[in-house]
Design a protein around this ligand. Structure first.
Ligand SMILES: [Fe+2]
Length: 189
């Protein structure tokens, strides 16, 4: 249910643009300022407006709300179907992920080596829990590595707020057991 007093995705995008502009490249400041706003906006049911449905990426449907021409801010919802967990992956940018529907098992990792080897990485598990609507977590390299798996028979959804256009950037998939790293491109996870 959407009420007039609800914090809307349109207002959030304006607030996010202002926060980015005033932070002078301080990514931690942007994330800290936006986190309480993402915690509010994930309750906006307009997040599932069919008018914003975009082409699936990596087989995952998306609702696209904002894509800055310079890539500085991307805001979209990703639908995660049951039985299609993401690999362990990074985003190579600041970001926030807020669950806005369903049950999303989320494992978060930090990279503990110096990142100089592009083929191998050492990861530490930060958390592994089932998140529901209202849960928001930050992405700040080297703590931007995670895996998402829908729990139950219905899809889960999360709002992605990212400081870069993933479609233009290489990022990484990790095997926490072997330490192997694989470069990938594209959005949708
Ligand atoms: Fe992701």
């Amino acid at each position: 249910m959407t009420s007039a007093s609800q914090y809307t995705i349109d207002t959030f995008i304006r607030d996010a643009e202002q926060a980015i502009a005033s932070a002078n490249g301080d990514r931690e400041r942007v994330v800290n300022e936006l986190k309480p706003l993402v915690e509010r906006v994930v309750w906006d049911d307009a997040l599932f407006d069919e008018r914003f449905r975009a082409e699936p990426e990596n087989g995952r449907p998306r609702y696209l709300y904002h894509s800055a021409p310079d890539g500085s801010l991307q805001v979209y919802v990703v639908e995660f179907a049951p039985g299609m967990p993401t690999p362990v992956h990074d985003h190579v940018t600041w970001g926030l992920i807020g669950v806005c529907g369903g049950e999303q098992r989320t494992a978060r990792y930090t990279r503990t080596d110096d990142g100089s080897d592009h083929d191998r990485a050492a990861l530490d598990l930060i958390s592994d829990e089932v998140l529901t609507r209202g849960s928001v977590y930050p992405l700040l390299p080297p703590e931007d590595i995670h895996r998402i798996e829908t729990v139950g028979d219905s899809p889960s959804y999360s709002l992605h707020v990212l400081g870069v256009d993933l479609g233009r950037q290489k990022r990484n998939i990790y095997d926490p057991e072997t330490g192997a790293v694989t470069q990938v491109e594209g959005r949708g996870m």
